[in-house]
Design a protein around this ligand. Structure first.
Ligand code: ZN
Length: 307
């Protein structure tokens, strides 16, 4: 099994409680970590995923109560697509009818598009033969219908060539299909989070980051050595420098702005979300990194109260 593909997607939300309710109740994902933004501890950082918070299933949010709405445009991650069993399409159509649901066919697959309350673009793809895959089986959605990680993300870019070269050379993707102005890149052997679609929209206004926008897209690296090899390739073959490695407690990351202006991260698969609380209790307590633990009282007092 390949260890490449999407690790997580991080977006900007408005109200924390509304975000929590939508992703855990309506979409039935597991809250696998409740922490703060390590760079802005006045805001929560919520991580949603499958039961374990496996790489390729993790959707995360910075709820910034007063964030201005984002504006869609070139240079951003436009849509995040999640996998559901094909037989669950009817269930989800009924469940999301009040969330701007539309049905489409892309690359031969049935796609249900919708938005969260902050305007973030999401979609579900119904796939045959995935019913037996693990999912969060203690959530608000019956397990037979539950979401099973990322199918794909689509990036809207002025030009796609330089971004595509990085996907192929650094992250293990290959160009596999084209439909209209969208080119599909896929990692062979990665069922979950193995697809990135690049959509060329030359001349579009640039996107403006805000509520309902994706903040960054993270790709998987098995471990630190794999991550450093990707950093080396970015510099040697693409002239791009990353940040120094940052310890995010649940993974270790570097960041860089790719040529199409989307913020990319490389995140290690290790150590995972059970590093600071038991697997059965993921997401229950507010977890803080060691460097913020001595400020816990002030941090807790400043965060919005959650039901
Ligand atoms: Zn991230």
């Amino acid at each position: 099994m390949s260890r490449n593909g999407i690790h997580h997607v991080t977006a900007i939300a408005g109200q924390a409680q509304r975000n929590l309710d939508f992703y855990t109740r309506t979409l039935g994902l597991r809250l696998v970590k409740k922490t703060v933004n390590f760079d802005d501890p006045g805001a929560y950082h919520f991580y949603y995923g499958d039961e374990a918070g496996s790489p390729g299933t993790i959707l995360t949010f910075f709820p910034w109560e007063h964030a201005a709405p984002g504006r869609a445009g070139a240079g951003e991650l436009q849509e995040t697509v999640l996998r559901i069993p094909q037989a669950a399409i009817g269930y989800w159509t009924a469940r999301l009818v009040n969330h701007g649901l539309e049905r489409a066919t892309r690359f031969g697959e049935t796609v249900l598009t919708f938005r969260d309350a902050d305007g973030l673009r999401l979609a579900l793809v119904g796939l045959p033969g995935i019913e037996a895959e693990p999912a969060w089986n203690n959530g608000d959605v019956p397990v037979e219908h539950a979401i099973r990680g990322f199918h794909s993300v689509s990036l809207m870019l002025d030009k796609t060539e330089a971004t595509g070269a990085i996907l192929s050379d650094v992250f293990g993707f290959a160009k596999v299909a084209r439909e209209g102005d969208t080119i599909r890149y896929q990692v062979e052997g990665t069922a979950i989070g193995g697809i990135v679609d690049l959509r060329a929209v030359g001349g579009f206004l640039p996107a403006r980051l805000g509520r309902g926008s994706v903040h960054h897209l993270a790709f998987r690296a098995a471990d630190d050595a794999a991550e450093m090899e990707m950093v080396r390739k970015l510099a040697a073959n693409h002239g791009l420098r990353t940040t120094e490695q940052k310890n995010r407690d649940y993974f270790r990351s570097v960041y860089f702005r790719e040529p199409g202006h989307v913020l990319f991260e490389i995140a290690t698969d290790i150590p995972g979300f059970d590093v600071d609380e038991p697997a059965e209790a993921l997401g229950h307590a507010l977890k803080l990194p060691a460097f913020l633990e001595r400020h816990r009282t002030e941090i807790e007092a400043a965060l919005p109260v959650l039901a």
